[in-house]
Design a protein around this ligand. Structure first.
Ligand code: ZN
Length: 496
């Protein structure tokens, strides 16, 4: 077996092992009885040790090095495979075994403590562990290496090539515009119609039915996927022909509609990757930011557009008549586009959402630099919410303790949400240049046309191109905040 064949064999094995891990995870979130938790944790530990050994094996490092030396003999797909595997190999080998074990122990310990602290609304309970997590994240950055800023090393884990400097520029432009836009949009809004305020509770079976119909409408393939219920909605890949989504359903919340479109967007991306990448590490979305651009595109740009609802609203009224039969389409669309800044990121509207992320970015950067001390975190958090969103935070549970990310040790993750929002607007603008009749396309529900374009430009490539290169190929310019701001400023649904 020559070197490239050997690399393919190893890549296939790793990809299948990761799919098995995803199955265990899916089962844990969707099916597993609570008594299975300890046994499952053991199974994870066994399997992730095997995966770690394989991705850090000196044999793999040797093959990658050997092949990197002769790019002229390799196909472009093989070169991409090498790029993706080399990233994984480097990430895993730069961190000492002991560090990985210690960090994983620390975050497993931190998770229930964070849950308790949030429940009791007491930051002090979480503080000592958060302190350790920040110290170890800083150490992690040192092991991984960086040129300008330790945060760069952590950002790169989630978004290949993204730097603190890039984010300073993107957020710098955003913050000047968003706070002002926020106040302006609030002042233009009409009150919510009474009927929508006290809607009759929805039945689970009707919500499931509508979300499945909606997923089918956008082109999610139920022969190669399924929708189940979990505590938090997510999308996972169990193989090339098995990309699953989950949702949660509350009788009084419309959230399930937008979660269906959000996870459906992630699902469409993965379901439309080229078959030739099956069972290789190229068979996945290229980065968290680009992945999020697809969920946000379907959830917000398409899914909150009144033209989209012209076609879909009658279906919602048919499946949930007690709730929607007497509500006008315009009132519904205006309601789902309400600008209402609050304390909680995951409930935020499109205008305020990125300000929540900006706050986390500024805090993470400051914490890693040492410019912000952990004990001062709640006070600084609240100050920033007042400053950027004009929101008074009523408790640490609804403030600094609201997100799970820090307890997970995922420093550097938050900014990918904003990358997703900005990229979605930029990609959509490029689509509208291609399809000058895009209003008709939406009005007629010709979503296949949009999906085919996205497949051609983005989905089918999987992880073949690095994220910034992919975006540049699609939009002919680098990521910027201009189109997102334009999109918000011109969005007619805000002033219906
Ligand atoms: Zn998402």
């Amino acid at each position: 077996m020559n070197a490239i064949e050997e690399l393919h064999r190893k890549a296939k094995e790793l990809t299948n092992l990761n799919s098995i891990m995803a199955l265990l995870q899916w089962d844990q979130e969707v099916m597993m009885p609570s008594g299975g938790a300890a046994g499952r944790a053991e199974q994870f530990s066994v399997l992730s040790t095997i995966v770690h050994q394989k991705i850090t094996a000196p044999g793999l490092g040797k093959i990658l090095q050997e092949l990197s030396g002769k790019p002229e003999e390799l196909s472009s797909a093989d070169l991409s495979l090498i790029r993706v595997l080399k990233r994984e190999y480097d990430k895993n080998t730069k961190l000492p075994e002991k560090f990985i074990a210690d960090f994983s122990r620390l975050t497993s310990e931190a998770l229930p403590v964070w849950v308790e602290a949030r429940k009791k609304n007491n930051f002090e309970i979480f503080l000592p562990l958060l302190h350790k997590i920040i110290r170890m994240s800083r150490q992690k950055a040192d092991y991984l290496g960086y040129v300008d800023h330790p945060y760069d090393a952590l950002l790169d884990l989630y978004e290949e090539g993204l730097t603190t400097n890039d984010l300073d520029v993107l957020f710098g432009n955003l913050k000047a515009e968003l706070s002002q836009l926020l106040q302006q949009k609030i002042s233009q809004q009409k009150p919510v119609p009474e009927k929508l305020k006290d809607m009759a509770p929805m039945l689970l079976k009707d919500q499931v039915h509508f979300s499945e119909r909606l997923l089918s409408e956008i082109g999610y393939d139920f022969n190669r996927g399924r929708q189940d219920i979990s505590a938090h909605p997510f999308t996972t890949s169990l193989g090339h022909n098995d990309r699953r989504v989950t949702n949660r359903f509350r009788p009084d919340s419309l959230e399930f509609i937008f979660s269906a479109l959000h996870e459906g967007g992630h699902g469409l991306y993965e379901q439309n990757i080229a078959e030739e990448y099956a069972e290789t590490p190229l068979d996945e979305g290229v980065s968290l930011g680009i992945h999020e651009s697809q969920s946000r595109l379907w959830e917000n740009i398409i899914g909150r557009n009144h033209l989209f609802w012209e076609k879909q609203y009658p279906l919602l009224q048919e499946i949930l008549p007690d709730q929607f039969a007497n509500i006008l389409l315009n009132d519904f669309v205006s309601h789902i586009n309400r600008v209402d800044p609050g304390m909680i990121r995951v409930e935020a509207d499109e205008v305020s959402y990125n300000l929540h992320v900006l706050i986390r970015f500024e805090l993470e950067k400051g914490l890693l630099e040492g410019a912000i001390g952990v004990t001062d975190l709640p006070a600084i958090w609240n100050e920033k919410y007042k400053h950027y969103l004009n929101v008074a935070v009523d408790s640490d549970a609804n403030g600094v303790l609201q997100d799970i990310h820090w307890a997970h040790g995922s420093f550097g993750y938050f900014p990918t949400y904003t990358i997703g929002n900005l990229a979605a607007a930029q990609i959509w603008r490029t689509y509208c240049l291609f399809d000058s009749d895009y209003r008709q396309t939406l009005l007629q529900g010709n979503l296949e046309k949009i999906r085919n374009w996205l497949t051609e430009k983005i989905y089918r490539h999987g992880a073949f191109y690095p994220p910034a290169e992919l975006l540049h190929k699609v939009c002919s310019e680098p990521l910027n905040s201009k189109y997102f701001i334009e999109y918000l400023k011109n969005k007619p649904e805000f002033s219906l």
